[in-house]
Ligand binder design. Structure first.
Ligand code: AMP
Ligand code: ZN
Length: 151
């Protein structure tokens, strides 16, 4: 079994609160969230950093991060914005050697909460948080179907 904790999550050998997955990427809650709903999107296949990631997989990583950022701004989660970020390399504070895109939901006026989140990084009600993000993603699918139906 892989030494890489994120590969272990992909394989189902380590626990995670998953919010999304497809053939290329997997997304789950950060175990030490900076903001409520802090999510990591990773390629299923191991790539240590961006130098090992092919461009198509990078595009899929961002596609999923884009959807999660939109999903958390829907009614099920009600964020007002999001930060999307990759720490690429140890010089850039990458601590887990498997590429990951951080999606950090934000609220208007959350500057102080964000600053304390950076220090405390406490996970609260992860089951509920993950369910709300999944509901937000399902809401995007429903909205897309409605658009198609109404032409
Ligand atoms: P970075 O500094 O960009 O490498 O961020 C690594 C992130 O992975 C941190 O925010 C950690 O809290 C998070 N992390 C580490 N181990 C796990 C895990 N087992 N499950 C979920 N998130 C994790
Ligand atoms: Zn890995």
């Amino acid at each position: 079994m892989s030494e890489c904790v994120f590969c272990r999550i992909v394989a189902g050998a380590a626990p995670a609160h998953r919010v999304y997955e497809d053939d290329t990427v997997c997304a789950f809650l950060d175990i030490r969230p900076i903001t409520r709903g802090h999510t990591l999107v990773i390629p299923r296949n191991h790539a240590t950093d961006l130098s090992e990631l092919d461009a198509e997989t990078g595009a899929e990583l961002f596609r999923a991060g884009h959807r999660i950022a939109r999903a958390v701004q829907g009614p099920a989660f009600a964020a007002d914005g999001a930060n999307l970020l990759i720490n690429d390399g140890r010089a850039a504070f990458q601590t887990v050697g498997h590429v990951h895109l951080h999606v950090l939901p934000r609220k208007h006026g959350d500057k102080f909460r964000f600053a304390s989140g950076l220090v405390l990084r406490r996970s609260r009600e992860p089951d509920r948080v993950a369910a709300a993000i999944r509901a937000g993603l399902a809401g995007l699918d429903t909205a897309a179907e409605t658009d198609t139906d109404t032409g």
